[in-house]
Design a protein around this ligand. Structure first.
Ligand code: 5GP
Ligand code: ZN
Length: 118
């Protein structure tokens, strides 16, 4: 838990969110300002700022987080098969356009057209 982190407060429950998946290590919830019909944020429950802070020691939980994507995407309305699918985006640091300093994976999908930004 980082005191002034919005996403840590969402994990803690002091700021509300629409949760779509939760386990001991990860939380997925709807983005408050969706850029597409499906826009989910998947985050680790421990505070880490961005991929810029990742080391080889993080490989295990990062792998687990990525492996949750197909289930969360499917259950959130991303369509299966080649005609369906979704984008995965992680913004990192100021040059990467990151606004919230708690690593998060955007899962962006749903029927097109929608703009290619996140
Ligand atoms: P970033 O630009 O850091 O990659 O993305 C931050 C995302 O968090 C944005 O898409 C923004 O809409 C979302 N966001 C910001 N504040 C809140 C909030 O209070 N609740 C939820 N659910 N999403 C938020
Ligand atoms: Zn945090």
């Amino acid at each position: 838990m980082s005191q002034n982190c919005l996403f840590c407060k969402i994990i803690e429950g002091s700021i509300p969110s629409t949760k779509v998946y939760e386990d001991d290590e990860f939380l997925a919830f709807k983005d408050i300002n969706p850029v597409a019909p499906v826009h989910i944020l998947l985050i680790p429950k421990h505070h880490i700022v961005s991929m810029q802070h990742v080391t080889p020691d993080d490989a295990s939980w990062l792998g687990k987080m990525m492996a949750l994507v197909p289930k969360i995407a499917a259950e959130s309305g991303c369509r299966p098969g080649p005609e369906g699918g979704y984008r995965l985006v992680i913004n990192n640091g100021q040059d990467g356009g990151q606004e919230i300093d708690h690593l998060h994976l955007h899962i962006i999908g749903g029927p097109r057209p929608w703009k290619n930004t996140a």
